[in-house]
Design a protein around this ligand. Structure first.
Ligand code: KG4
Ligand code: ZN
Length: 341
């Protein structure tokens, strides 16, 4: 059983052997937060409390199993909104204690990566993974099912955050990613050439840094729109959406493919909410394909937050011997580097 409540989705799922999805229940709060233009943490926590028991019950029922069939309870303990995380962590601890089941703590980003094990039965590590969501943009080399090495990350905004901000400026509403994705289909991706930032810092192996920076492109888009508005010029929102998306996806694809080549890796795996982006999926498949690299993308429902990914990651943590105690706490700023095993 996996439980996820790190942001604005209350989710529970039952997954067999880390691969077979028996149920996938997600209560999304998007409609609630939409009116505010983004997630309001306190409202998110309260809504998680209201729905989590029903979501867990549905996950069990839809899987057609009983608690006796559940081997372990896996839960996201970070990173995320602390009040939201606490709801899932407390629920998982209560269930584990009452049912005398092992408790497994799962890192949210590792969860996003492991969504791919449930989606692609044949996928095995090692592979190079791009994790791009509302909170993170990382290039991670998966050495094994539970061992990861960070090859690059964002210096400022996460890719999804940039999508959400530009969507707001274009008046498209929240969450911005899917709205930009749809609008960009009607626009010209080369209408405006927004900057693609390449870090000049050299890493410890004398290689150019694979880190991302999306604040420059975000500012360039905002300035471009302001200039046009000040001059009273008509402009196509679709062209701007398509050009912005083109700049962001170029950076995501180029850095990830270079990371894969540095590791002689013939598999690239996409994960996180931004992996739902149709332009990113198409571009990565095309560019990586030309280099003989296979690309694995989860279905859209497993890109954004869900609990299948937590159950899948929890399975591999469980078989590697990882167990959490009743002292498990939510950790809002957990990173891949500071996770205590
Ligand atoms: O993984 P996720 O559900 O939550 C976090 O862990 O952050 O990702 C949500 C993010 C949002 O920023 C949303 O705008 C973005 O993923 N997103 C997309 C698309 N669908 C969701 N970004 C670009 N294109 C999409 N189709
Ligand atoms: Zn997420």
């Amino acid at each position: 059983m996996g439980i996820e409540s790190s942001c604005d989705e209350t989710a529970a799922a039952v997954v067999k052997n880390g691969r077979e999805i028996l149920s996938n229940v997600i209560d999304s709060q998007i409609e609630i937060h939409k009116v505010y233009g983004g997630v309001v943490p306190e409202i998110a926590s309260r809504r998680h409390i209201e729905t989590i028991n029903a979501v867990v019950d549905s996950a069990l029922e839809q899987a057609g199993v009983t608690w006796e069939d559940i081997t372990a309870i896996a839960v996201t303990y970070g990173p995320g909104l602390v009040g939201a995380l606490l709801v899932g962590v407390s629920t998982a601890k209560a269930l584990a204690y009452a049912l005398k089941k092992p408790l497994v703590a799962v890192h949210h980003i590792k969860g996003h990566i492991c969504a791919n094990y449930a989606a692609h039965p044949e996928l095995e590590p090692p592979f190079t993974c791009l994790v791009a969501s509302g909170g993170h943009s990382h290039i991670v080399y998966a050495k094994g099912y539970t061992e990861y090495e960070i090859m690059g990350m964002t210096r400022d905004d996460a890719a999804g955050e940039a999508f959400d901000k530009i969507a707001r400026v274009l008046g498209l509403g929240y969450p911005g990613g899917p709205k930009i994705d749809a609008l960009a289909k009607e626009g010209d991706p080369h209408a405006v050439e927004f900057p693609r930032v390449r870090m000049d810092k050299i890493d410890k192996n004398d290689k150019a840094s694979l880190d991302f920076s999306f604040s420059g492109v975000k500012t360039a888009v905002i300035n471009h729109i302001h200039r046009l508005e000040q001059r009273g010029e008509e402009y196509s929102r679709a062209d701007i959406a398509a050009s912005f998306q083109n700049a962001v996806t170029d950076a995501l694809c180029e850095h990830t493919i270079e990371a894969a080549q540095r590791r002689d890796s013939d598999k690239i795996v996409l994960a996180g909410g931004v992996a739902a982006n149709s332009a990113l999926r198409d571009k990565m498949r095309k560019m990586a394909g030309e280099k003989g690299i296979n690309v694995y993308c989860p279905p859209l429902v497993l890109c954004t937050d869900n609990a299948v990914m937590i159950a899948a990651a929890g399975y591999y943590e469980y078989i590697s011997g990882s167990r959490a105690g009743m002292s498990l706490n939510a950790c809002a700023s957990l990173t891949l580097e500071n996770e205590k095993e």
